[in-house]
Design a protein around this ligand. Structure first.
Ligand SMILES: CC(C)(COP(=O)(O)OP(=O)(O)OC[C@H]1O[C@@H](n2cnc3c(N)ncnc32)[C@H](O)[C@@H]1OP(=O)(O)O)[C@@H](O)C(=O)NCCC(=O)NCCS
Length: 176
């Protein structure tokens, strides 16, 4: 990986056309069968609409999508979204994913550092709480979140499915 240009970027208008790169990442993710609540293979049209929706929310400062890029290839993502109504002091962190061949290089940590800074500085309100959901058996992710000060505050039995088995969901929060 030495010498390659690996960058973290914030999804913005100029990335709207990169439907194919995001779709390739989505197809990679669905093939690897990761422990993700939302793990469905999207069509080009669905991906285009999803990116349009994210861009609108980004422009309203309600959401941010960060991605890791190796030259033109997308190799990682994370998203933060402000919640609404009685939960308007909470932001949800989701879609933290690094491609297998890019793991254990510190990119997950870089994305988490950046997404927390973004949540604090770039959303239209500064959230008081960051919240995320993780499969209770996802040890690498739980270790990473714990390093960033997230605490497990709830466990919901058999809330998620992984390879046709029901597994517990862990809710983690970080007060910021
Ligand atoms: C979780 C994930 C994003 C971590 O990304 P990464 O780039 O490999 O993480 P980093 O290299 O920055 O490692 C950060 C810390 O996470 C923990 N960690 C990462 N992978 C680990 C593993 N396989 N086993 C144990 N701990 C691990 C370690 O504490 C590590 O710190 P260290 O390197 O100082 O020991 C990555 O494993 C991934 O994409 N997994 C599949 C998708 C997924 O499950 N996402 C979480 C959804 S909630």
């Amino acid at each position: 990986m030495e010498g390659k240009e690996i960058r973290i970027k914030k999804f913005s208008t100029q990335d709207k056309k990169r439907v194919k790169a995001f779709l390739d990442f989505n197809h990679y993710v669905t093939e690897e069968e990761l422990m993700l609540a939302e793990n469905r293979r999207r069509t080009p049209k669905e991906e285009e609409r999803r990116l349009e929706r994210i861009l609108k929310a980004t422009n309203r400062k309600e959401e941010a999508l960060l991605f890791v890029e190796d030259e033109e290839k997308i190799v990682g993502t994370v998203k933060v979204s402000l919640r609404t109504g009685a939960r308007s002091h909470v932001a949800e962190v989701s879609s933290l994913i690094i491609r297998k061949d890019y793991r254990r290089m510190g990119l997950g940590k870089r994305l988490m550092t950046e997404v927390i800074a973004t949540a604090k500085k770039e959303l239209k309100r500064k959230p008081k709480i960051l919240r995320l959901s993780v499969f209770a058996v996802n040890e690498p992710a739980i270790k990473l979140y714990t390093k960033f000060g997230f605490n497990a505050v709830a466990s919901i039995p058999k809330q998620l499915q992984y390879k046709k088995k029901m597994v517990d969901e862990t809710i983690m929060i970080k007060i910021i």
